[in-house]
Design a protein around this ligand. Structure first.
Ligand SMILES: [Zn+2]
Length: 111
């Protein structure tokens, strides 16, 4: 996936779910493949991981952050958030790279 592809998919998802006032950003660090900044009304993605993960992974990562944006702060990855994620088409059980999975990433990177 490219920055533009991730941007377009995330933009469509936010717009579709009534979050037209939210923006999408990118950072280049390994940490936080996906990140939801409620105070800035922004979801962020790591460009570092763009070439390293497959298209399905990116679709899941985008839905994961959109689900955070839709729920608002304070829900973490609890049942209400998982129900919302499921509602927008994310199968949390199949998700490999959610923002709570950084330990898996560190294992992968041997860090
Ligand atoms: Zn998350």
């Amino acid at each position: 996936m490219t920055v533009n592809e991730v941007y377009e998919i995330a933009r469509s998802a936010l717009d579709e779910h009534g979050k037209k006032d939210w923006s999408i950003g990118f950072h280049a660090t390994k940490k936080n493949i996906g990140l939801c900044q409620y105070d800035k009304k922004r979801i962020m993605f790591s460009s570092y991981w763009l070439p390293l993960l497959n298209t399905q992974d990116w679709h899941n990562i985008i839905k994961h952050e959109v689900a955070h944006a839709l729920m608002g702060p304070g829900y973490g990855h609890g049942k209400a958030w998982r129900d919302k994620a499921h509602e927008i088409g994310l199968n949390v059980a199949e998700e490999k790279w959610g923002c709570g999975e950084l330990q898996t990433l560190r294992d992968l990177l041997n860090e």
